[in-house]
Design a protein around this ligand. Sequence first.
Ligand SMILES: [Cu+2]
Length: 358
Amino acid sequence: MNTIKHLALSIALAFSGQVLADAADGLPRVKVGLVAPPQVHAHEQVAPKEPRVVQFRLVIEEKKMVIDDQGTTLQAMTFNGSMPGPTMVVHEGDFVELTLVNPASNSMPHNIDLHAATGALGGAALTLVSPGQEAVLRFKADRTGTFVYHCAPEGMVAWHVLAGMSGTLMVLPREGLKDPAGNSLHYDRAYTIGESDLYIPKDKDGKYKDYSTLLDSYADSRETMRGLIPSHVVFNGRVGALTGKNALTANVGESVLFIHSQANRDSRPHLIGGHGDWVWETGKFDNPPLKNLETWFVRGGSAGVALYTFRQPGVYAYLNHNLIEAEMGAAGHIVVEGEWDDELMMQVKAPGPITSQE
Ligand SMILES: [Cu+2]
């Protein structure tokens, strides 16, 4: 009798497990290849009716990176080798199925806390992988917005995040973005700007230290971080990552979505010569966007979004309008091509001798 009861119970358990798994398993599956920021992988803005299981793969890479033109180095930890990690895009109601790979060549355990996910420390408790391991996490994208993800190993969260392990996951509304009146908003390009505050230790002569291994850099880095004064504040991993030949590009008339993440500290994005036509400061699309902002606020541990349609050609600067931090590296360029509009602005007189009378 007991055996039969046990058998019935295990069949019931197996069956209920099957039913739970079917919530996602019956859906179409798509594998998305990720690209390094500032680019965002190709994606639809308006989703098909039926939710999907969207599969991503993140490979953790520990490596030394150069973070400025002076050759200063950071013993970095990264998702997919870039800082920040790649932006992942899904739609509300989709399931995210994420494979997190920690190759045997790494030296540390890592995991991932996705602010978009619900339960188990954002997935961190289910994804702690030692070198040579991988884990697969599935979660439902049950709310819209741009959300930070980051590594979060117990006792070392700040170090791993500040060494490069953060990124953004964007959950779009199925019907795409809307203005407060419900009109559709479309973007022609999306760019990811991941801002980081870096804390590179100095030697007794005031020179930035260079470490031969990640573990060697730990004690000094931790102490420098706790001083709360960054040595660099950068976009996309290094001073100049988005300036000069690395500048972002757009054309007059194009709408550009700027996704700005800061996993640790507040920022104040500003587009010199332009505006934020529509800004979701908190990044959460269920809240109506703010209109015509000059500077917006991104809370540490979040990703904000601004949409702007370029109306003039030229070189725009996109920076953190804490100007000290901009000079420390938190600045990028957007080179915009197209026709100049004299009505919006014109130079009535070029700089020259003073000839005007009151
Ligand atoms: Cu980590």
